[in-house]
Each structure stands twice: as C-alpha cells, then as structure tokens.
Design a protein around this ligand. Structure first.
Ligand SMILES: C[S@@+](CC[C@H](N)C(=O)[O-])C[C@H]1O[C@@H](n2cnc3c(N)ncnc32)[C@H](O)[C@@H]1O
Length: 183
C-alpha cells in the first residue's frame, strides 16, 4: 500500500480498491458528479474515477500513468469490476490536454483535480479548468506538506467564492447557479 493511501469502496456493488482518497471523499464525489459530464485529472487506480463514473453521465479521465507503474492496467481492471463503460481514459498530461479541450470548445459540468500537487501545477490546472466547467473540486487541500492549499486560496479566495470542504476535498463554485446548498 502506498503511504497515506487506503482501501475504499468507491461505489456500491464492487470490490474495495486502493485509493488516495478516503471513503467520505469518495461518497462526496459520487454526489457531486451525479448526472454530470466530468473531467478528471489524476486517476491512478481509479478510486475517484469510479466514484464519479458510478453516478455521472460521462467521465474523461486524464492521467499519463507514468508515476505509478501499471496503474492504467489496474484502472481498466477496476472499471471492469464495477461494470463501468462511461469512462474515457486519456493518457496525457493535463498541461497539454486541457488547453486542447479549451481550443475545441469542450464544456463539462465538473472538473476534479488530483494530479501534480506543486503550487505552480495546481494554479495552472485551476486556470485551465475554470474555462471548462462552473464547478471545480480539488484533492489534498489542507495537506501541509504540499502547496495545494495556498495555491487554491489564491485562485479562489474564500471571501469571493462559495467553497465546501469534505476531508481534503475542496469544491469551488464559480457560478451562483451551479451552487448546491450544503447542510
Ligand atoms: C494522487 S494520484 C490520484 C489518486 C486518485 N485520484 C484516487 O482517487 O486514488 C495522482 C495521479 O495524478 C497523475 N498526474 C500527475 N501529474 C499529472 C498531470 N499533470 N496531468 C494528469 N495526471 C497527472 C499521476 O500519474 C497519478 O496517477
């Protein structure tokens, strides 16, 4: 098991898989993605991918799969174990793929970002993602060892954006009409 990762069941009726997100974060992603067209940056073995695909119309899952050897094969096997056919795997870096989506006029309802966690990368992914969807969700907010939180606080200051936090999963709402009230 990778340090800090755990076994979760990303959706009902399937096996536990190794993931970098918690069970509560997977449950939150399932609700966030319901009936939506979703773009994901950073799939690894598919914890977040499966959580979202189990309720979404479609998930475009962008990950070059170079960081974790064999992760794309495990991702495919995990998707098959859950019987999911609404995921398009794109083995490319977000830094090149998102500008291509923007240039092509593509639109999504939600972008979920859990890729390169350097401050510069998070800022670049956020700048591209906000041109593609009205709701953005980011993993690893609040992790003091990486630069995600300062990058997101600069991009989405809490006094200017509606935000919602579950565990380390921060959702930023860019448009009022996309906001879902949380209890
Ligand atoms: C923390 S893991 C993702 C964990 C996954 N979301 C889960 O639920 O278990 C990060 C993944 O992001 C990928 N990655 C890193 N930089 C990326 C980038 N610029 N674009 C797309 N994927 C990237 C890595 O290959 C790795 O598989």
């Amino acid at each position: 098991m990778r340090p800090g990762w755990g076994m979760i069941q990303p959706a009902p009726d399937g096996p536990e898989i190794e993931a970098g997100i918690s069970q509560a974060e997977a449950d939150r992603l399932r609700e966030l993605a319901r009936d939506k067209r979703v773009l994901e940056i950073g799939s690894a073995f598919g914890g977040s991918t499966i959580a979202m695909a189990s309720t979404a119309r479609e998930v475009v899952a962008v990950d070059p799969h170079q960081w974790i050897p064999g992760s794309v094969d495990v991702l495919r096997a995990n998707l098959a174990a859950y019987g999911l056919t609404n995921v398009r795997i794109v083995q490319e870096l977000s830094f090149t793929y998102l500008p291509a989506l923007i240039a092509a006029g593509e639109k999504f309802d939600l972008v979920y970002i859990d890729g390169d966690h350097s401050g510069a990368a998070v800022a670049l992914d956020a700048a591209n993602a906000r041109q593609l969807a009205p709701v953005l969700a980011f993993h690893d907010y609040g992790n003091a060892e990486i630069e995600v939180q300062p990058a997101l606080d600069a991009a989405f200051p809490p006094d200017r954006y509606r935000r919602h936090l579950v565990g380390a999963l921060l959702t930023a709402y860019l448009e009022e009409r996309a906001y879902v009230r949380h209890i």
